[in-house]
Design a protein around this ligand. Sequence first.
Ligand code: MRU
Length: 343
Amino acid sequence: MLPTIAWQDSDIVMIDQRKLPGAEVYVTCRSVNDVAKAIKTMIIRGAPAIGVCAAMGLALGAQRSKATGTKQFTTEFQRNSDLLAATRPTAVNLFWAIERMKQSFADGALAGESVEQLKARLRLEADRIHDDDVASCRAIGALGATLVPAEACILTHCNAGALATAGYGTALGVIRGAVEAGRKVRVLADETRPFLQGARLTAWELVKDGIDTTVITDNMAGAIMRAGDIDLVVVGADRIAANGDTANKIGTYTVAVLAKEHGIPFYVAAPWSTIDLATPDGDAIPIEERAAREVTHVGSVQLAPEGAHVRNPSFDVTPSKYITAIITERGIVQPPFLENLRA
Ligand code: MRU
């Protein structure tokens, strides 16, 4: 399994996802500022991985603190939480993980723990969040595999793999689970403009695993569906609202509409930390708008002329009516999602 993020002594080490597949370079974060920068600049990305990284960042920040009293320690912890919460707005796992760390901190403070005890508790909680995420992905993979026919061509969008989680992946977890269960699987990976998570990261992971993978440009999916060569679609999610509306990488909505038109099942695979019952529907999900340069350039090569306006919404919302089922570690949730997610 790929080492997405790990402790190295008291530092955090992560593979630089901006450089893949050309170079396997590891980045060391020694401060909360380093961690916030890593999330913002997408050295690490993918909703569950962002959450795990933020939790580890808070533990790292606590470890580095020179505070001797709990008052100053608490102020620093709050400041670090705010810094990390401001990195990326759409992936709810970020806010979920920070809340979980805050809750652990509050429990310790209430019990009158010392600064040293609070530091140890935060490290333990971050490690639990990391390990729980891997366990959730494995459960999602095993459950999702039951939805995959004996022979299947599966389309996926963006990268919801080991790199996007603490390990194994959600959408790619389903693919890995299906392969482990003996299904004969071929994967079509949308290249996923503009950051190319599909062409660069999904293809890299799956090829490393020896899984039959074909990269297509995003605008090819419709024609290939029409030709009858896609059996199902599985994607990850950044936030799933109470009614099942799902924010995921820009272009997911287009794939979902195409899948419905062609009668192809469209599955969303995500851990429970991605489900946001406090957000009623997709209209209430904040959508990150990223830098124009991601669209105008590929690497250092400029594609679009100076002076052209650029839009770069990083995510879109797929209304729940296009979703066949949501695969979580707690079970496969079928429509109607409003009732069944709550249940
Ligand atoms: O901008 P990114 O690369 O962080 O977006 C990632 C996605 O959209 C993933 O599909 C989603 O976070 C799920 S990852 C298991």
